[in-house]
Design a protein around this ligand. Structure first.
Ligand SMILES: Nc1ncnc2c1ncn2[C@@H]1O[C@H](COP(=O)(O)OP(=O)(O)OP(=O)(O)O)[C@@H](O)[C@H]1O
Length: 357
């Protein structure tokens, strides 16, 4: 596959600390990719190496078919949007957009045409004469985005672009950014530690952990087929269980001895008030509701089953469950985490059911 941007076997040390460990991934032309991982996992460092603001100790960086390692930052054709906007406070919106082009001694007329175009694209024409402190957070971030696009970069890098913006505006800005990037067809890579953001915005998600790339794929692939225990645990609302063989339908005579760690997500559990509400009552566990949380679109329910608290979801259309209520939980499947691999195990009651059918 030919990538517009590619990192191959990148290593980076800060003193004896390894911030990037054999990191390899690629982003296709026009794709919007998200680097997702916990704080300190090395996302920003990877982005900074791509931009030329840090040098890798080992490995290769490829940008638009050229080996980028030795190309100075300003010649890489990369636009960078920082999380704290980094706008020039004493310049109007229009002058902020024009700054990079002025430095490059671009003709005044071309600067005017280009800034008009960018103001239009970002919906900022009406505030072109304002200063950054006279703008909302969302508007400021759009100025930062437009300014990074001004010199027509081949690649756009965004470091936590929504971090400093309040929740509602952040949601609007996410869909706006996704659309703008797809319309422009510019290859983009953004950093986030927020999985909802990555899933909503990115075409491709690259999961980073301790400087290593754990998995790269579409949001659906990452969500439905986590390839490593870290990804299975990090993505989704996961509950880790130390021994899944204790649950009905998962502990049979064929299970090997040793550790049986697993991950159970809320969507793997069918939660019911009584037997009439459940599809396979024989395979269901008895449990007690320990906590409930209103989630807007559903209720999150913590239910204790065989000494383990599991997280399930309950539709608001169904009769509510209260703390202390008895309930039934049918566990459809579990991600087993044995030997550093993830494997989906379906409940045996379902397998038997399908044989009977
Ligand atoms: N210039 C530096 N000198 C020394 N250590 C550094 C330097 N830059 C980053 N690090 C360390 O490298 C690790 C990775 O940092 P990085 O900023 O890339 O992580 P991150 O995943 O972007 O985290 P966050 O989401 O918190 O920004 C951290 O432990 C950090 O302290």
């Amino acid at each position: 596959m030919s990538y517009e941007v590619e990192l191959k076997h990148i290593e980076k040390y800060f003193g004896s600390f390894k911030a990037a460990d054999d990191a390899s991934f690629g982003v296709e032309k026009g794709q919007l990719a998200g680097l997702l991982g916990p704080s300190g996992s090395g996302k920003t460092t990877l982005l900074r190496m791509l931009a030329g603001l840090e040098q890798p100790d080992k490995g290769d960086i490829w940008i638009a078919g050229r080996r980028g390692n030795k190309i100075p930052a300003r010649e890489r054709g990369i636009g960078f949007v920082f999380q704290n906007y980094a706008l020039f406070r004493h310049m109007t919106v229009r002058d902020n957009l024009a700054f990079g082009l002025r430095v490059q001694k671009v003709d005044d007329h071309i600067i005017k045409v280009r800034t008009d175009e960018l103001l239009e694209l970002t919906g900022l024409t009406a505030v072109a004469k304002r200063y950054p402190q006279q703008l909302s957070g969302g508007q400021r971030q759009r100025v930062a985005f437009a300014r990074a696009l001004a010199p027509n970069p081949k690649v756009l890098l965004l470091d936590e672009p929504f971090a400093a913006i309040d929740a509602k505006v952040r949601k609007e800005l996410r869909s706006w950014l996704r659309e703008a990037i797809h319309n422009l067809g510019i290859t983009s890579l953004f950093v986030t530690h927020d999985q909802d953001e990555a899933v909503e915005v990115a075409d491709k998600i690259i999961i980073v952990n301790k400087g290593r790339i754990e998995q790269a794929g579409s949001p659906v692939e990452i969500y439905q087929s986590p390839q490593t225990p870290f990804v299975a645990d990090f993505i989704g609302e996961s509950v880790k269980v130390e021994d899944y063989t204790r649950f009905k339908g998962f502990g049979d005579e064929n299970v090997s001895s040793g550790a049986h760690q697993g991950i159970i997500r809320p969507e793997f559990i069918e939660l019911a008030k009584d037997e009439r509400e459940i599809s396979l009552p024989l395979g269901a566990e008895q449990g007690v509701v320990k906590a409930t949380y209103f989630r807007g679109s559903n209720m999150a329910v913590d239910i204790e089953v065989r000494g383990q608290i599991l997280r399930a979801a309950r539709s608001l259309e169904k009769e509510p469950l209260q703390v202390g209520d008895k309930a039934l939980a049918f566990i459809h499947r579990i991600y087993s985490l044995e030997a550093g691999q993830t494997r989906i195990i379906e409940n045996r009651a379902k397998r038997q059911e399908s044989v009977v059918i």
